[in-house]
Design a binder for this molecule. Structure first.
Ligand code: AMP
Ligand code: ZN
Ligand code: FE
Ligand code: FE
Length: 279
């Protein structure tokens, strides 16, 4: 194990954010697909980590601490992955809690806007659907579908919840420099998530200047051409290549898991740069 041939997936979501499966289910699925090291990277949430890491260690799969942070850069909502930080770090936890509080406030504001638009759902119903997960627009969209206010998930975004649509409320987020320092002080390392979705090459270079040390090269939404291009950026700026399936499960897809992997070389590099040792 842990040879360069090991299958590694550093981008997985659980139902502690907007994934469909519990942490234990996600770890089990990764094992079944022959993956030997994973990182759980819920959106702005680390509550799945203790259980997933513990369950992984008793079942022969390495689970690294991770998170996918929403940060602000040039007015854009940019996703930054972070790895091998101390998820009990006081400053980090304070930030996560603030973020959660702001997300609840935002969900309430979205419900209010929907009410103004004569679309009636209750805030409590949103909370029920979100369960232990970070509350977000997908939960509200699912509720709108369940209550037959829209025909499907996409229509909820097209009519009400999408960026610039009448019931959307901008998400609270910190700027990229702050995020990188908080993760750095918690001992971790940051990587730019799925740059191919919304970033220009010049943006990537900016983020590197702010202290981001990794680039997500492998991702379901990256073409082979992108992968080649990003590998060159990794080489030129001595970054860590990261990658994974961005697995969410359920309607968002069960099939990516196992098909978007990187080698253990990246894990070694992350550990070298962070001095990470399993607790
Ligand atoms: P939130 O974190 O609450 O802003 O929700 C972000 C999530 O909403 C994304 O990860 C997508 O799953 C979904 N989403 C955002 N915009 C759209 C859109 N225009 N169409 C479909 N889904 C979207
Ligand atoms: Zn997600
Ligand atoms: Fe993302
Ligand atoms: Fe993701």
């Amino acid at each position: 194990m842990n040879s360069e041939a090991t299958k590694v997936d550093l981008h997985l979501h659980t139902n502690h954010s907007d994934g469909y499966h519990s942490p234990v289910e996600v770890v089990d699925k990764a094992i079944w697909r022959g993956i030997e090291t994973i990182a759980i990277t819920d959106h702005d949430e680390v509550s799945a980590l203790p259980l997933a890491i513990e369950y992984g260690s008793t079942n022969g799969i390495e689970v690294l601490p991770g998170i996918e942070l929403s940060v602000r850069y040039k007015g854009l909502d940019v996703h930054i992955l972070a790895y091998c930080f101390d998820y009990e770090n006081e400053e980090f936890i304070k930030y996560i809690n603030l973020f959660k509080k702001q997300r609840l406030k935002r969900a309430q504001q979205i419900v209010d806007k929907l009410t103004d638009l004569e679309v009636h759902i209750e805030f409590d119903e949103v909370l029920d659907i979100a369960g232990s997960g970070t509350v977000g627009r997908p939960h509200i969209a699912n509720l709108l579908v369940a209550k037959k206010q829209v025909n499907n998930f996409q229509e909820a975004f097209d009519k009400y919840l999408g960026d610039g649509k009448p019931a959307n409320v901008e998400k609270y987020s910190i700027d990229i420099q702050n995020a990188v320092s908080i993760i750095g002080r918690a001992g971790g390392i940051c990587s730019i998530a799925h740059p191919g979705i919304n970033l220009q090459n010049s943006d990537i270079l900016d983020l590197i200047k702010f202290g981001v040390q990794g680039l997500e090269v492998i991702h379901p939404r990256h073409s082979q051409e992108r992968v080649r291009q990003y590998r060159n950026v990794v080489e030129e700026y001595q970054l860590v290549e990261t990658g994974g399936s961005d697995f969410h499960g359920g309607e968002k897809g069960e099939n990516n898991l196992g098909n978007y992997t990187i080698t253990y070389q990246s894990v070694n590099e992350i550990k070298r740069r962070t001095g990470f040792e399993r607790k």
